[in-house]
Design a binder for this molecule. Structure first.
Ligand SMILES: *[C@@H]1O[C@H](CO)[C@@H](O)[C@H](O)[C@H]1NC(C)=O
Ligand SMILES: *[C@@H]1O[C@H](CO)[C@@H](O)[C@H](O)[C@H]1NC(C)=O
Ligand SMILES: *[C@@H]1O[C@H](CO)[C@@H](O)[C@H](O)[C@H]1NC(C)=O
Ligand SMILES: *[C@@H]1O[C@H](CO)[C@@H](O)[C@H](O)[C@H]1NC(C)=O
Length: 290
């Protein structure tokens, strides 16, 4: 059994060592992970890459893929970026599930990346569908696109991990962290995500201006999820991997390699995700009009 006591030795994992891999064509024998970075993080897995890198070292035959969406606030604008990413993630997971029906998956998202991830697992209002390029006159298409991924696609997803989700709902049963409010785009319908049971966790700390708008912004909680919860998430995902998926037949459970890994440390809350306050105000304004 894994326990946090296994996770010793302080060492800082270099963010620079983390890069996206093109492995959609290959089925992972261990765990396949998909990662969506936050706004303005450079292309790749971002901060969350530190977590998936440790997991990929702990479970034999695992790898991860970063979703190559804009993750921008402008150029393209936030809505188009979310639309792009939501669609790309949907296509990527759907394609992988079809090509690799026996492979287990875990899906991670941070900030804007958490929104595109939860869009896929909880569904989203069809009013967002045009941002993914769905024809506005195609009502059926708008509604279909907005639905959560179907069970045949998600059945082998063992964990969904959200950090600082803009669509966070304060009353979700799968919440982690100490926030008390909901996010700037709080989600009206979380029933599909509730249906995932312990296969989903949403981390949101008090005062995060993106996932907890009820609190006065305080400190930089939005930048500290990996620092505070990285090891907990590693442990959670490995447990989920070992205990199976929605139909836990017990197949395809690999043995994690030797449990020597370092605590995950943040490189410093120095503005990897430096969204200016004015930008936050614009997002709040637009969100209040929707
Ligand atoms: C990924 O690999 C596949 C198969 O080798 C290839 O067809 C595809 O173009 C590659 N994609 C990228 C983004 O490199
Ligand atoms: C989505 O974003 C990626 C990365 O910025 C870009 O290469 C791609 O063309 C975009 N797709 C659409 C449909 O806009
Ligand atoms: C919430 O949790 C974070 C992470 O453990 C901690 O840094 C912060 O002080 C806590 N905030 C409150 C209001 O308890
Ligand atoms: C899930 O259940 C189906 C039907 O019983 C089975 O064919 C499939 O192999 C199972 N998949 C996993 C990963 O256990």
């Amino acid at each position: 059994m894994y326990s946090l006591t296994c996770f010793t030795i302080a060492a800082i994992l270099s963010a620079a060592g983390v890069s996206a891999r093109n492995s959609t064509s290959e089925c992972a024998k261990g765990l396949k992970m998909f990662v969506s970075r936050g706004t303005n993080e450079p292309m790749g897995a971002g901060e969350t890459g530190k977590v998936v890198k440790v997991i990929s070292e702990q479970i034999d035959g695992s790898d991860y893929e970063a979703i190559r969406y804009p993750a921008s606030f402008e150029n393209p604008n936030y809505f188009l970026s979310v639309g792009n990413g939501t669609r790309l993630l949907k296509e990527t997971i759907t394609e992988y599930a079809r090509a690799c029906p026996d492979s287990k998956m875990a899906v991670f998202g941070y900030s804007q990346g958490a929104q595109i991830t939860s869009n896929n697992f909880c569904g989203q209002p069809p009013i967002w569908s045009p941002y993914s390029g769905i024809d506005v006159t195609d009502i059926h298409g708008l509604v279909e696109f907005a639905k959560p991924l179907p069970k045949e696609v998600t059945k082998n997803v063992v964990a969904v991990v959200l950090f600082g989700d803009t669509t966070h709902r304060k009353d979700a049963s799968y919440n982690r962290g100490n926030s008390t409010g909901s996010g700037i785009y709080w989600r009206a319908d979380i029933s599909a995500c509730e249906g995932l049971g312990n296969r989903i966790r949403s981390y949101c700390d008090a005062g995060d201006p993106f996932c907890d708008v009820n609190m006065e912004p305080k400190g930089n909680p939005h930048l500290e999820y990996v620092y505070h919860y990285g090891n907990e998430v590693v442990e959670y995902v490995i447990e989920q991997y070992k205990s199976g998926s929605s139909n836990s037949s017990g197949t395809n459970v690999g043995s994690p390699s030797s449990p020597t890994h370092a605590p995950i440390q943040i490189s410093g809350a120095n503005g990897i995700l430096s969204v200016p306050v004015s930008a936050i105000a614009i997002v709040l304004l637009v969100s209040s009009m929707m």
